[in-house]
Design a protein around this ligand. Structure first.
Ligand SMILES: C[S@@+](CC[C@H](N)C(=O)[O-])C[C@H]1O[C@@H](n2cnc3c(N)ncnc32)[C@H](O)[C@@H]1O
Length: 343
């Protein structure tokens, strides 16, 4: 999910220190889409986060993350670090409203170029007139304490957070990567997977499972398949896709940060690696870390099947880890790369 970086956290810390909504030290505060930086979160805050990589970083910093059980703990304030997806942001605003139903404030932060205007509009629609300030190219907005909520809107936005069917009978979920369609790059890779691939396989950054399911459907000799995905919200639709589109085939879902390495050994790995972490800038090092994790987990005779935007610099990383690297196809701004004979 992601979205807010260090600048957003610094802007939030400034708003909490210098302006309303100043919070007393003992305030019960929930931080949604939580991350750490700029002295935040403060001790005792409830942290909610669905991204396994961010959860790992929070835990490494000694911070506890709330169990993802949807429990409603009454809070004096719920702070939303806005993700880029407006649907997901609305889901989190509805969650914040549930956590502050007793009259607490909703506070939300977005980058000026990353949905700040929409955030203000949405929070106003949900909880009435908002206050706000701008800092570090970010906007912080907050509702008045005790402001009445639009219960119908809150219910509608909370209701966005469920698996839904999209084209081709696939299950997906608002807020996932390319959630309302089959990604063109992934479709290109799936169409070029040879039917004779066989053995244990993994899908790195599996999303709602399109590549893993496509691999199972095209290749009768493939199995079991491990799907590794950092976004917990993707696991439910992925499970449904496996059950409905590849029934009877062996597959396991892992809520897992791929950059931390893989627990298994595989003959085949497929991936459409992530290439940014919420902000607009390309982060090729993420995809490069996926390649390193794949190389370390492949059997000596294994192969990696990767799709990427054409401009992303993965060839050198592949060449450093595999003796054989080739471009299988380029089309529509994507390239499909195949690597084998790992070093
Ligand atoms: C480009 S999308 C591909 C999704 C899916 N495989 C498809 O083809 O439609 C990359 C996926 O990697 C996931 N991801 C990002 N960082 C990750 C990490 N560190 N570990 C595991 N998955 C990650 C994202 O949540 C996203 O679902």
């Amino acid at each position: 999910m992601s979205g807010i970086g260090d600048a957003g956290l610094a802007a939030l810390a400034h708003a909490l220190d210098e302006a309303a909504p100043a919070l007393p030290a003992d305030a019960r505060v929930a931080l949604l889409n939580a991350r750490a930086g700029a002295g935040l979160p403060r001790p005792g805050w409830r942290l909610e986060q669905d991204d396994a990589a961010v959860v790992a970083r929070l835990r490494a910093a000694g911070l506890a993350v709330a169990a993802p059980d949807g429990a409603v703990a009454e809070c004096d304030a719920a702070i939303v670090l806005a993700p880029r997806s407006r649907d997901l942001c609305r889901i989190l605003l509805a969650r914040a409203a549930a956590l502050t139903a007793g009259g607490g404030r909703i506070v939300a932060v977005a980058g000026n170029q990353a949905g700040a205007g929409a955030l203000r509009t949405d929070l106003t629609a949900l909880a009435g007139p908002v206050s706000g300030l701008s800092k570090h190219r970010c906007r912080i907005v907050w509702s008045a304490p005790g402001a009445p909520r639009d219960a119908g809107l809150q219910a509608r936005w909370a209701g966005l957070d469920v698996p839904v069917r999209i084209e081709g009978g696939w299950w997906s979920r608002p807020g996932l990567f390319a959630w309302d369609r089959i990604d063109a790059g992934s479709a290109l890779l799936a169409a070029h997977l040879p039917a004779d691939l066989a053995g244990a396989a993994a899908d790195l950054g599996a999303g709602f499972g399109f590549l893993a399911v496509s691999l199972l459907r095209r290749c009768p000799g493939i199995g079991p398949v491990d799907l590794f995905e950092a976004d917990r919200r993707a696991l439910a639709p992925a499970r449904r896709n496996l059950e409905t589109l590849a029934p009877g085939r062996e597959a396991r879902l892992h809520w897992h940060d791929v950059t931390a390495g893989l627990p298994g050994r595989y003959r085949v790995i497929v991936s459409n690696p992530p290439f940014h972490a919420g902000d607009r800038a390309d982060r090729p090092e993420l995809g490069q870390a996926f390649i390193a994790a794949a190389a370390a987990a492949l059997a000596p005779d294994g192969s990696l099947w990767l799709v990427a935007n054409r401009h992303l610099p993965y060839e050198a990383t592949l060449a450093a880890r595999f003796r054989q690297v080739r471009t299988l196809v380029q089309a529509g701004g994507y390239k499909v790369l195949v690597a084998g004979d790992r070093r």
